[in-house]
Ligand binder design. Structure first.
Ligand code: MEV
Length: 307
């Protein structure tokens, strides 16, 4: 076994297509490399132990076998063809949980990478993504797989569930859009809005399928705008997507207020990002200087944190 090893994974935002992606429509996610989860594995004694001081968790995978990170650890050792080591996994993360920035996927990818590295292997992005997906299923019920994919590849991804190539295509973006991210400060686990959309879809499948198709059109147009750096067109599709997410019932007064503030302060477009009901929204600025103005306006209007 190796000395103590640390591996990390990034956060993510959904640029457009959240929720509809669970129902087979495409979505685009971007990595946030400056926000990271860190996992360290060091030698220990007895059963493999997991310690996450941020959430005051300290348990071993034998006594607490059903916890998502116990499942992840066991699956990772299994994938490596090894029995769980007598070691301790310590997790630290900059990514606020339940804020729709991919915290659970990022922690899972960092942990899988650290366990593998401790056993002398580096995981391929696809292996880390598949392991993290198993944990996403425990947390979220029916995840599309976009979060673990964007986090494990740390690249912009176009994701459509059910594709033969595991659903994801890495897209290369000629110029990065000037995005500002603002947090409502309201923590909402992804499974809550995902479950509510599911209930809505079960009650009125025709209406929800129509909305998902409209989201897919917006995502396709957004991809073309992203590939041609046509920021006004991308902003327009973000606004359209936000309006559709409102109709899906996953926005909130706080998210709507931050989106309105951003548009009034010069954003080309603004929308909630990820699960919704709380967490983060994103706004597209025409240039770097306008992004500063947006940040100031969003802070002044009560955003809990602005990036
Ligand atoms: C969460 O980041 C995105 C959702 O579409 C859920 C999923 O795709 O699994 C809300």
């Amino acid at each position: 076994m190796a000395d103590a090893v640390t591996r990390t994974a990034c956060a993510k935002i959904i640029l457009c297509g959240e929720h509809a992606v669970v129902y087979g429509r495409p979505a685009i996610a971007l990595p946030l490399s400056h926000l990271r989860a860190r996992a360290t594995v060091a030698a220990g004694t007895g059963a493999f132990r997991i310690n996450a001081p941020d959430i005051r968790a300290d348990f071993d995978i034998v006594s607490d076998p059903t916890r998502p990170l116990s499942v992840l650890s066991r699956l990772t050792f299994e994938a490596l063809g090894q029995s769980p080591a007598a070691a301790i996994l310590t997790i630290m993360s900059d990514i606020p949980p339940a804020s729709h920035l991919g915290s659970s996927a990022s922690v899972a990818v960092a942990c899988a990478r650290a366990i593998a590295a401790y056993c002398g292997r580096e995981l391929l992005a696809d292996e880390a993504s598949r392991l993290a997906f198993e944990v996403e299923k425990i947390y979220h019920g029916s995840p599309s797989g976009i979060d673990n994919t964007a986090v494990a590849y740390e690249q912009p991804v176009w994701f459509a569930r059910g594709r033969p190539d595991a659903g994801a295509i890495i897209i290369s973006i000629p110029q990065s859009p000037h995005l500002v991210i603002a947090d409502t400060g309201v923590a909402v686990p992804t499974r809550v809005p995902v479950g509510d959309v599911r209930k809505g879809w079960e009650a009125d499948p025709a209406r929800f399928e129509r909305l998902f198709d409209q989201v897919a059109d917006a995502v396709t147009a957004a991809r073309n705008a992203l590939l041609t750096s046509d920021w006004p067109a991308l902003g327009a599709q973000m606004n359209t997507n936000h309006a559709l997410l409102q109709q899906l019932g996953v926005s909130s007064p706080e998210l709507d207020a931050l989106c309105d503030t951003a548009r009034r302060a010069g954003a080309l477009g603004a929308k909630l990002s990820g699960g919704g009901r709380g967490g983060n929204m994103i706004a597209l600025a025409p240039d770097a200087q306008s992004a500063d103005q947006l940040r100031i306006a969003l802070r002044a209007s009560g955003a809990a944190r602005v990036m």
